[in-house]
Ligand binder design. Structure first.
Ligand SMILES: [Zn+2]
Length: 245
């Protein structure tokens, strides 16, 4: 059920029965020469929409920009400042709260979004807003990471991972006709975080973070996405059972 395809009359009817809404969130940022710039929002959107379809829950339009300042050394990346991101999340959540939604679940495809989204949730609670605010990052689920280890061993890395690139290969096969597939070296750095754009590019000159994106395959994308959908559906079902205080 996609919010963008509904009328306000249909949203009113939905709110009589349910108070949950899913919001996919990702980023617009480089994913090495092997991956596509929309990776993080494309993966989050596909997973979120399938969870919504299976549980009959409303899915809001995808937030396609995130906090990606460390990738700004690479062309095509767009970043929000932490302040903008926090304000945006607050404004979106507040809008849904005003209409009577009480369980607001972000399904996230980008690590850099976690801190500002959680800060926005804390700010909303500081303002005494009622409800459950949750962010679920599909790539951090232990069940998903176990499959990634089985398939890619220690080569999944942290950015432009073969896991996320397998999912985008499945979802946007045409985009990969022009992307490289040759193997490169994986360098493991001892690194600190967060990093500025300049620091990131020094540590990770081609945009990968210890990953082997050339291992990506559509069939792996299917497996990983299915597991993420299964686990997140269970989590959202559990959220629906919690009593709002
Ligand atoms: Zn990513």
């Amino acid at each position: 059920m996609l919010l963008e395809n509904m009328s306000y009359v249909e949203v009113e009817a939905y709110l009589v029965e349910k108070d949950t809404i899913i919001i996919p969130i990702g980023s617009t940022e480089q994913h090495s020469p092997y991956g596509i710039i929309g990776t993080d929002f494309i993966t989050a959107e596909a997973i979120a929409r399938e969870v919504g379809r299976r549980l009959d829950i409303l899915v809001a339009p995808t937030i396609t920009y995130g906090m990606s300042q460390h990738h700004m050394g690479f062309k095509g990346t767009v970043t929000l400042s932490p302040e903008t991101m926090i304000s945006m999340v607050k404004d979106i959540v507040n809008s849904f709260l005003e209409h009577g939604f009480r369980r607001i679940v972000f399904i996230n495809g980008h690590g850099g979004n976690i801190e500002p989204v959680k800060t926005a949730f804390s700010q909303l609670k500081y303002e005494n807003k009622k409800g459950i605010f949750e962010i679920i990052s599909w790539f951090l689920l232990p069940e998903v990471q176990e499959i990634e280890r089985d398939i890619f061993e220690d080569k999944n890395g942290y950015h432009a991972t073969p896991s996320e690139i397998s999912i985008t290969k499945l979802l946007r096969p045409d985009a990969f006709k022009t992307k490289p597939t040759e193997k490169k070296r994986i360098t493991k750095n001892k690194i600190y975080f967060p990093l500025s754009a300049e620091e990131f590019k020094k540590a990770y000159p081609d945009g990968r973070m210890e990953s082997a994106p050339w291992l990506a395959k559509e069939k792996y994308g299917k497996l990983i996405m299915e597991e993420a959908i299964r686990v997140i559906s269970r989590k959202v079902r559990d959220i629906q059972k919690i009593k709002i205080l």
